[in-house]
Design a protein. Sequence first.
Length: 292
Amino acid sequence: MGKIAASPFRVLADHMEIYRFMAEVYQRDWGNGPAAPFWEYALASDWMDKSFLHRCRIWRDGEKTVGFCFYEDPVSDVLFSLRPGYEALAREMIAYAGKGMPCAGGCQRLVLFGGQAALIQAAKQAGYIQTGAKEDLMFDFGQPLDFPLPEGFRFTGIGGLDTAKAVECCWKGFGHEKGEGPWNGICESGFALAAAPHATFEYALGVEGPDGRYACYAGMWWVPENSLAYMEPLCTVPEYRGRGLARAALSELYRRMKPLGATHMTGGSHPFYKKIGYGPGTVWTYWEQPGK
């Protein structure tokens, strides 16, 4: 290990380096930090607050990236990626998070994954206490996933996704109509996301309903170097829920991605995933300093 230097993240210069770093250190349990699409998906989205990106911090050993401290949403949730062999940086990274990363309304918490033992120990030593946890499940492609598509619906073909329809489906499927009103037809956020450097919209799919609109949408970020099918997002519009569209969509993603070499696919913490065969995945733990 040489002399370690730390510097602010520069969005116009450093993103590709950080993506490669996250892919290099990837583990299925996110024990070295989140999967690379987790960061790029947020950075290319319209829902991430990018006002504090300069607060994110990179640690380098010469020209080799060895650590990254960053946020996603909200800005007060701080995450870490750390290269194996550089666990001695954990205390410095935790200290920087408390002093240099943003606090929303005076509050801040660390998001540490179950395998990040050095960072968890450093957080404890700095006075943080665990305040919560959740597990996002993972599907292992060593087992089949084969739920049928109900009659009257069809999958979009590979490369045949209609981005505008996908954005409309997400607007309705994630409940935006309740608080923000009916779909307004503005879909630039979807085209911006599709233009992300590592986006693989050709593998995403829509489930088209009888009216020609998408009743369900499942995104896909393929990371061949990690054999990872990063599924994000997944949603079904309210009037079509309960018909098995989401599980059919995930089954179709399984059929598309397995021949490419995918060995596992991300999911979420909702009980739905366990019901269709997802198993142990990524344990998120949350840490806060009393009084902060």
